[in-house]
Structures are given as structure tokens and as C-alpha cells.
Design a protein. Structure first.
Length: 329
């Protein structure tokens, strides 16, 4: 079976492509014009240029494919990108689902995010039952992902076969860009992180997410969502793990949450002016303080999902960065 993968050169996409090849699938990668696609160079796949926000290019990409994995999207923790988020994360998802219907594609796997699901009451765990409610979120990434999921669900009720997966915080190797978590690891190893904040999050290995996507595609029930989460790790615990890996002592100074948020707020104009991406924003700090009791019980039961421990993922990420020259000598 040949499958189209949008976002194939991205953080999760390049690892999914590798896992699909191992599983015997033929892969056609939808690559945005101008993307050098370094992460998938040398892989035995077909490449086609296309943009998920342009319906005709999605149709062209689906030619010769029997199924699709939609991962293309904008992940942003920086305010002020609402239009771009909607255009790609909502319209792009609708375009892919509509094109699958038009082309007679047999199956669609849509990759959403844990942040698309509404937060449960205090003390309760995140489950798929929380559902997608865009009005529960302010304009931004979370809302756009909830809207995108609803667009896909509409098409699934119109005859398209498909499932949705919602990963938590992704870590692990093959982080070419690097991602926000990759930058944390690199900055830590470079001795740039001198303090930490309270809080933590649920982290899952990118390789386990890719395996979970394929399992959901093959075994998931039509119209269902599956959370792909891993293990809660506090920021302090994260730095202790990175300290053991890198030999760099963990920071001892803890920044109070309110002071960290104030610093993120004050520094935002600088990052916007320089067009750089901050390591932490007010939003990301809020996430670290939010409910991270995230259950993957449904995926474990239905899909056989079995994520590895976060320390193994971080060790593999560190070794990968080192082998690729990101850590210098």
C-alpha cells in the first residue's frame, strides 16, 4: 500500500516515514515548496512538492496513494500567529480530508495534539472523552488544533474512514530542526540554563508516537481518537537526567513562577522584533503548571501502545545530537 505523508520532513513526520518503510509501506512525501527536507534525505520514498493549504496540490499529492497520514501543521507557542495557525492547522486539515474523499482514499490518519482536547476538571485525567471544543481556548495553537480535529471528524461522518491521534510532549532522536525540547537539551548541554522553574509535563518518545500512529491506522476504530502519551517528568527531574547524560551540573536556582511569567512577557517584544523563537513563553510556562495527568489507557488497550521511559528517550536524543555534531566536540 502506498500512503501520502504530509509534514513528512517534520519533527514527527520524518520518524513516521522511517517506521512506515520498516513496516513495508510505500511512502509518498508531500514536501512544502522550498523545504530542503534534510530529515528524509536518502530514504527510499517518492517526493512531491505541495502545500496542504492549496487544495489542488493535495489532490495531486494523493494520486497513486491508497491512504494518507496528515501531520502537516504549525506548532507555535508564540502569540500573534493566529491567522497562520488557522490557515494551516484548520484549512489544511479540511483540505486533506476533502481531497481524501474526492480521491476515494481508503483511510486517513490525522495527527492532532493533546492540547486540542479540552482540559478535564481539577484532579481528573486527560482522556479522549474530553473532546474537541474550540470555544474553550483563546485564539492560538490549541484552538486551531481543536478546530482542525472537528473538520476531520465532519468528513469521517460523511463517509471517510479514519482516526485521530493526540500525542503529548514529543522527545527523542531525529530532531533535525531542533524542536523546543531539543533546544532545551542543547542549551542545557551547552551550560546555558542557569535556573529552573517548578512544574513538568508528560513526555513521549517520537518513535513510540510513530509506532502508535501506524497501529491506530491499522487497528483504530473509525472516528475514534487515541491519546499517545508517555511519562510525567518534572523540570527539575528533566535537568537531573540531562545532567547525568552531559556531565553538566543541574541548576540550583529556582525561578518563582510569577517572576518567570513576567520575564517571558517583558522579553516578548524583543523576540518578535528579532524574529527569534523564545525558549519559554507565557503559554509554555502555563503548560508546565497545567494538568499533566494524561492517560494513554485507550491506546494501550486497543492499539497495544507501549511507550518507553523518558530517560531512555532523552539518552537517545542526547546521543543522536552528539553523533550529528550538534554538541560540538
Amino acid at each position: 500500500m502506498k500512503v501520502l505523508v504530509s509534514g513528512a520532513s517534520g519533527r514527527m513526520g520524518n520518524v513516521l516515514v522511517r517506521e512506515l518503510i520498516k513496516s513495508g509501506y510505500g511512502v509518498k512525501a508531500l514536501i512544502k515548496p522550498g523545504d530542503a527536507a534534510q530529515a528524509i534525505r536518502g530514504l527510499d520514498i517518492e517526493r512531491v512538492e505541495g502545500d496542504v493549504t492549496v487544495y489542488s496540490s493535495v489532490l495531486d499529492g494523493l494520486k497513486g496513494c491508497q491512504a494518507a497520514f496528515h501531520l502537516a501543521g504549525i506548532v507555535s507557542i508564540v502569540p500573534g500567529q493566529e491567522k497562520e495557525l488557522y490557515h494551516t492547522n484548520v484549512n489544511g486539515a479540511a483540505n486533506m480530508a476533502d481531497a481524501c474523499l474526492e480521491c476515494g482514499v481508503t483511510r486517513l490518519l490525522y495527527t492532532s495534539s493533546i492540547h486540542a482536547l479540552s482540559e478535564p476538571p481539577p484532579g481528573a485525567a486527560f482522556t479522549e472523552e474530553q473532546g474537541y471544543h474550540p470555544s474553550h481556548f483563546p485564539p492560538g495553537y490549541n484552538r486551531s488544533m481543536a478546530q482542525g480535529a472537528l473538520e476531520v471528524l465532519k468528513r469521517l461522518s460523511d463517509g471517510l474512514s479514519g482516526v485521530i491521534v493526540c500525542p503529548s510532549g514529543v522527545i527523542g532522536p531525529y530532531d533535525y530542526t531542533p524542536s523546543e525540547m531539543g533546544r532545551v537539551l542543547l542549551d542545557y548541554a551547552g551550560g546555558k540554563l542557569k535556573a529552573y522553574v517548578d512544574g513538568g509535563y508528560d513526555f513521549v518518545d517520537v518513535r513510540d508516537v510513530a509506532a502508535g500512529m501506524i497501529a491506530a491506522f491499522e487497528k483504530g476504530q473509525n472516528g475514534q481518537s487515541y491519546i499517545l502519551s508517555g511519562q510525567y517528568v518534572s523540570i527539575k527531574g528533566l535537568f537531573e537526567i540531562l545532567g547525568r547524560l552531559s556531565g553538566v551540573s543541574p541548576p540550583r536556582f529556582k525561578v518563582p513562577y510569577t517572576l518567570a511569567k513576567l520575564g517571558a512577557y517583558i522579553s516578548y517584544p524583543y523576540y518578535r522584533l528579532t524574529r527569534r523563537s523564545p525558549l519559554f513563553t507565557s503559554y509554555s510556562l502555563e503548560v508546565l503548571q497545567s494538568n499533566a495527568n494524561i492517560s494513554s489507557a485507550k491506546a494501550r488497550t486497543v492499539l497495544g501502545f507501549s511507550p518507553r521511559l523518558a530517560e531512555e528517550s532523552l539518552a537517545d536524543a542526547y546521543l543522536w545530537f552528539k553523533s550529528m555534531g550538534y554538541l560540538g566536540d
